[in-house]
Write a new protein. Structure first.
Length: 210
């Protein structure tokens, strides 16, 4: 879990899921762009297993992910990988009234989206698009393509295809979804529901995966 999470954190929006949704620009089109993370989430959270520990830190101007591995001789936790990305071109943070929107850039014209919601218990819940239906096409937002795989080819190698809709045949699943254009925050907010909850950063400094 650690490796899948940390190596993909900026590419997978804190996610480890079957379906990844991409936009060609930061979202939403409204909301106030912030130059720093809000004070109430400037903290360090962690989760530990027998072979390592994962830490997430929100600094004022950066997101830091650190993966610790257990040394086989001393059994001490040593840093295996540390990634720090400053707010700016690769991470765009917007304040959208009741939540914060993070747009994380994987490559040119490919952004993943996460919503951060703070509650009265000082917990941070992180949501990302996981379940159908995703957003409908509109005048300002267009579904460009959907990558579908069936995993049924010889020797277990997946076969995939690109299509323009969410239709699936038996045994198929959606790998990637690509949108162009932009959402308003009121439409992005519809993503904040139980089935899209990825993790919770607790007031006790722990990471709780869903």
């Amino acid at each position: 879990m650690f490796k899948a999470f940390t190596y993909g954190v900026f590419i997978c929006v804190f996610l480890h899921s079957c379906t990844t949704v991409y936009f060609d620009r930061p979202q939403p089109r409204d909301g106030k762009i912030l130059e720093g993370f809000p004070d109430e989430i400037l903290n360090v959270w962690s989760i530990s297993e027998n072979q390592g520990r994962l830490e997430i830190e929100f600094k004022l101007n950066a997101l830091v992910i650190t993966e610790y591995e257990k040394d086989s001789i001393s059994n001490d936790m040593v840093v295996g990988k540390r990634s720090e990305i400053a707010l700016g071109d690769s991470i765009i943070l917007k304040h959208c009234k009741s939540f914060y929107a993070l747009s994380l850039k994987e490559k040119e014209n490919q952004y993943q989206i996460a919503c951060l919601v703070l509650n009265e218990e000082d917990e941070v819940s992180i949501y990302a698009p996981q379940k159908l239906p995703f957003w409908k096409s509109s005048r300002r937002l267009k579904l460009d393509s959907v990558q579908v795989s069936n995993g049924s080819s010889f020797m277990g190698a997946e076969e995939s295809r690109m299509q323009k809709n969410f239709d699936l045949n038996e045994g198929e699943e959606i790998n990637n979804v690509y949108y162009s254009g932009s959402l308003k925050s009121k439409h992005l907010k519809k993503m904040i529901r139980k089935e899209n909850l990825i993790m919770t950063l607790t007031s006790g400094g722990e990471i709780s995966f869903q």
